[in-house]
Design a protein. Structure first.
Length: 101
């Protein structure tokens, strides 16, 4: 299974991640999100309803984006996080960095 992003900009940047965010997808993911963020400078809402898998490189790309946003006092929210992915955030303590709803 591959990876796909759907984005739209409203009062915040809304990103739907679909498939697997792994080593094969992280460069494209990081580039696209960084580009959209630099143009808009808004909070980002990641909808992970259709995200089936994330590996350490995917987590690393989220941390990279977070570090860019925190400079502007912006935040990242995660919604519809599947139990297996939520568990990864808890184990790595990234649930303290990202707001998970």
């Amino acid at each position: 299974m591959g990876f796909e992003l759907k984005t739209k900009v409203e009062e915040k940047i809304i990103v739907k991640a679909i498939g697997e965010l792994d080593i094969f997808a992280t460069d494209e993911f990081k580039e696209k999100i960084s580009e959209i963020y630099k143009e808009n400078k808004l909070d980002i809402l990641f909808d992970f309803e259709n995200l089936d898998y994330i590996d350490s490189t995917g987590l690393g790309s989220l941390i990279f984006i977070y570090k860019e946003m925190v400079k502007d006092n912006k935040k990242i929210e995660l919604i519809n996080v599947k139990p297996n992915i939520r568990k990864l955030f808890l184990i790595t303590k990234l649930d303290q960095m990202f707001e998970i709803r």
